[in-house]
Design a protein around this ligand. Structure first.
Ligand code: GDP
Ligand code: MG
Length: 338
């Protein structure tokens, strides 16, 4: 029942977005963070666009990711016409302080028409951020952004998803990072392409860089493999940014020459499984919250149904919920927040 008006409206947003209208791009990103007709149409059109090059910036909270991102984007603007920044913070599902801070930090860049910055915190989407980020990136590609920088906090599920999505993955570390070194050993270093030791001004950078070099040592045996560089920066004074840009560009050239694009890395069946799992969980949650569920439970307790009948009734309801989930307006009532 995808109303023609919805289709027209979404197409209009893409046209305006391509013409450089920032609010239309923001509207499209909000649309894909939903699950109605507008979302499906936006995702469909986005798939037809060119996928942008994605640089992922990850690391512990406070390491300086946003500060570095700002410096990086300013520099990269010399080589790229349009750049987008997505700040992803799974720890702040609605509007956490970190996101607010990032918004302020990126404001200066927002004055540049060719830089689009946006914080992502999935509110409505089945599958959550893991499903939202790749679609948001596609939307940006479809309106002409050829480079997207994705900043993610912390070390966890969402970060790993974003790691799969990014073509070049940058880890930002800062002195005093000790607590996170264990976590890094557990796998972050496996999926990183460039390491930035930030806050060089604070001291302790030599030690941290040496520790990281040592941990990387093992990975560097691979012949013909990418040699993960450790570069230094003082992001808040915009020092060392050139080195970071050079490392990112060198990695881009390397993956393009070796044919190991993030596009391929990103196309892992695992990602599909992951989304499937999120969706199934969400549908199950809705099933358990339904009136039918309670009714069948009561009937079963009274002995009016056997377990097979109860399951059959539940599956019917589940089917309805799945169909409804694909329909236009199942999110009525505004009870989106649990
Ligand atoms: N001393 C110092 N502080 C920095 C540097 N880079 C960023 N900061 C500060 O560290 C704090 C956290 O930075 P932010 O970019 O928000 O970190 P994020 O949480 O990783 O995005 C802010 O107060 C920054 O001003 C740096 O190179 N040196
Ligand atoms: Mg940040």
């Amino acid at each position: 029942m995808a109303g023609l008006d919805v289709v027209d409206a979404v197409q209009m947003l893409f046209e305006r977005g391509r013409a450089g209208h920032v609010h239309s791009v923001a509207k499209l990103i909000s649309l894909v963070d939903g699950d109605g007709d507008g979302c499906r149409e936006a995702v469909r059109i986005a798939q037809t666009g060119t996928r942008p090059y994605v640089v992922g910036i990850t690391g512990a909270p406070g390491a300086g990711k946003s500060t570095l991102t700002r410096g990086l984007v300013k520099k990269l603007r010399e080589a790229h016409d349009k750049i987008a920044i997505l700040a992803v913070d799974p720890s702040s599902p609605v509007t956490g302080g970190a996101l607010l801070g990032d918004r302020l930090r990126f404001q200066e860049l927002n004055d540049d028409d060719h830089v689009f910055a946006r914080s992502l915190a999935s509110r409505g989407r089945i599958g959550g951020l893991a499903a939202l980020v790749p679609d948001a990136v596609r939307v940006l590609g479809a309106v002409g952004f050829d480079l997207v920088v994705v900043e993610t906090v912390g070390i966890g599920q969402v970060e790993c998803d974003v790691a799969g999505l990014a073509d070049t993955r940058v880890l930002v570390a800062a002195p005093g990072w000790g607590d996170h070194v264990q976590a890094a050993k557990a796998g972050v270093l496996e999926v990183v392409d460039v390491i930035v030791v930030n806050k060089e001004d604070l001291g302790g950078a030599d030690r941290l860089a040496a520790d990281l070099e040592e941990m990387l040592g093992l990975r560097r045996g691979e012949p013909g493999g990418w040699r993960v560089p450790v570069v230094r920066a003082t992001a808040d004074k915009e020092l060392g940014i050139d080195g970071v840009v050079a490392a990112v560009q060198a990695h881009r050239r390397w993956i393009e020459q070796s044919g190991r694009t993030g596009r391929d890395r990103g196309r892992r069946w695992f990602d599909v499984e992951d989304r499937l799992q999120h969706s199934v969980e969400e549908f199950s949650r809705r099933l358990r919250a339904s009136e039918t569920y309670r009714r069948l439970q009561a009937a079963y307790a009274e002995g009016a149904l056997d377990s097979q009948q109860a399951v059959s009734g539940l599956l019917d309801e589940y089917r309805e919920i799945v169909l409804d989930g694909r329909g236009p307006s199942q999110r009525t009532g505004g009870a989106g927040r649990k």
